[in-house]
Design a protein around this ligand. Structure first.
Ligand code: PLP
Length: 406
C-alpha cells in the first residue's frame, strides 16, 4: 500500500502530457489570499486575464473562461452553437477525438466520424481532403459544424488547422469550425483569428502550466451569431451572460479566483519569453526526444513527420511488450510519471510529455529515466538514445550562441 505521506527524495518527474509541471512562481501566485469576486481588486485581475489570454489564442474576439476542466469547455462549444439532431463532422485522430464524439452523441447531436482505417488515423492526424470531399457531397448543408483536435494528446500528432479551414472554404460550405487545442495552446503556434476558427477549446493544465481547473472557449462573431439560434439546452455554459459581465472583469458566478492569479502569472511568463521562443523551445525538445526514441530502435507513434507533435512523443513498444509494465517500472524505481496508451493504443505505447515548464536538462533526465526503465523491463534497445538527444541539443545551443554573437 502506498502511504499518502510518502515522499521520496528529490523531485517527482511529472512527464505526462498534462497536467504538466506547475512552476514555483505560479504556485506562489496561487497562494495569495482569495479575494471578494465582486470587489474592485478582482475586476482588475479579471480584465487582465480576459485581455491577456487573447494574445495566446491570437484573437481579438471574446475568450470565455470557465471554472471547469477541458471537458467542460468541449461541452460549452457544442451546446452554445448547435441544436438537437444537428449533424456534425468529426475526425478520428485518436482517443480525445473519440471522447468528444461520444459527448456529441450524449448531447443529442448526430456526429459523423471520418477517419483513416484501423490505427492509421491515430498515426497521421486530420486529412483535410477527406473533410473537403464530405462537405462537397453535403449539398443540402446538413452538416452544421466540423470538429477537429489540433494536438491529439493520445498519440502525439499536431494537425494542420489552416488546411482544415481551406478545405471548408474550398467546398464553399457554411459549417462552423470547432477546434480542440486543449494541449496545443502555448506549445504550438495557434491562430484563432487568422485560421478562421469559430470556437477554440482549451484548458489550463497543459501548455499554460497551470493546475487543472479552468478552461476556455475563444468565440468568433459567426459562432456568436449561431449561439443566438442554437437550441441545445444550456445554462451554466451559456456565453451571453459571461461575455456581458466580462466587459468589466467579472463573472455571473464565483470564478476560480486562485487559478486566475495563476493564469495572470502564466501569461506574464509566456509573454516575457515570447510566444515564438516558447514554440521553438517545444520544437527543440520534441526533436531531441524523437532522436533518442529513434536511436533506441523504437517506433514513434506519429507516422508522418509533417505532423510530429511538439507537445509529446508517443513511443510504441515492440510487439509483446506491455508498455504499461514499462511505465510501472519507471514510476516505482525512478519516481517519474509517463502517459499511458489510451483507447486503441492501450498497452502498445507510452507517452513522453515535454510541454509547458520544460527545459533541456529536464528532458535529458526524462530520457534517462525512460532508458533505464526500458532496460530494467528487459526491452531490447538498439543503442542508448541519450547521445543522440545530447548531440542535437548541443548543436542547437551552438547555433543559438552564433546567432547571439552575430
Ligand atoms: C487533456 C485533454 C482533454 C481533456 O481535458 P480535461 O481537462 O481532462 O477535461 C481533451 N482534449 C485534449 C486534446 C486533451 O489533451
Amino acid at each position: 500500500m502506498l502511504k499518502l505521506d510518502f515522499h521520496p527524495a528529490g523531485r517527482h518527474f511529472l512527464q505526462i502530457p498534462g497536467p504538466s509541471p506547475v512552476p514555483d512562481r505560479i504556485l506562489r501566485a496561487m497562494s495569495y489570499p482569495t479575494i471578494d469576486h465582486r470587489g474592485p481588486e478582482f475586476g482588475a485581475l479579471g480584465l487582465k486575464v480576459i485581455e491577456g489570454i487573447k494574445k495566446i489564442f491570437k484573437t481579438q474576439q471574446p475568450v470565455v473562461i470557465y471554472p471547469a476542466s477541458g471537458t467542460g469547455a468541449w461541452e460549452a462549444a457544442l451546446v452554445n452553437t448547435l441544436s438537437p439532431g444537428d449533424t456534425v463532422l468529426m475526425f478520428e485522430t485518436g482517443h480525445f477525438a473519440t471522447l468528444w464524439k461520444k459527448m456529441a452523441e450524449s448531447l443529442g447531436l448526430k456526429p459523423e466520424f471520418l477517419g483513416l482505417p484501423g490505427i492509421e488515423g491515430w498515426r497521421r492526424g486530420v486529412q483535410p481532403q477527406m473533410i473537403e470531399a464530405r462537405l462537397r457531397a453535403d449539398t443540402g448543408h446538413l452538416i452544421k459544424a466540423v470538429c477537429v483536435v489540433h494536438n491529439e494528446t493520445s498519440t502525439g500528432v499536431t494537425s494542420d488547422i489552416a488546411a482544415v479551414r481551406q478545405a471548408i472554404d474550398a467546398a464553399g460550405h457554411p459549417a462552423l469550425l470547432l477546434v480542440d487545442t486543449i494541449s496545443g495552446l502555448a506549445c504550438a503556434d495557434y491562430r484563432h483569428d487568422d485560421w478562421g476558427v469559430d470556437v477554440t477549446v482549451s484548458g489550463s493544465q497543459k501548455g499554460l502550466m497551470l493546475p487543472p481547473g479552468i478552461s476556455f472557449n475563444a468565440v468568433s462573431p459567426k459562432a456568436l451569431a449561431a449561439s443566438k439560434q442554437a437550441k441545445l439546452p444550456r445554462a451554466f455554459w451559456g456565453w451571453d451572460e459571461i461575455i456581458e459581465m466580462n466587459a468589466t472583469g467579472y463573472w455571473p458566478y464565483t470564478p476560480n479566483t486562485n487559478l486566475l492569479y495563476g493564469l495572470s502569472e502564466a501569461l506574464e511568463m509566456i509573454l516575457d519569453e515570447g510566444l515564438d521562443n516558447v514554440f521553438a523551445r517545444h520544437e527543440r525538445l520534441a526533436e531531441a526526444c524523437r532522436r533518442a526514441v529513434t536511436a533506441w530502435g523504437l517506433e514513434i507513434q506519429c507516422a508522418d513527420p509533417a505532423v510530429y507533435s511538439p507537445v509529446l512523443t508517443g513511443v510504441m513498444t515492440p510487439e509483446g511488450v506491455d508498455a504499461d509494465a514499462v511505465r510501472k517500472v519507471i514510476y516505482e524505481r525512478f519516481d517519474m510519471s509517463l502517459g499511458t496508451g489510451l483507447g486503441k493504443m492501450k498497452g502498445r505505447m507510452f507517452r513522453i510529455g515535454h510541454l509547458g515548464d520544460c527545459n533541456d536538462l529536464m528532458l535529458m533526465a526524462t530520457l534517462s529515466g525512460c532508458e533505464m526503465g526500458l532496460r530494467l523491463a528487459g526491452v531490447p534497445l538498439a543503442a542508448s538514445g541519450l547521445p543522440a538527444a545530447m548531440d542535437y541539443l548541443v548543436a542547437e545551443a551552438k547555433v543559438k550562441a552564433l546567432k547571439a554573437a552575430a
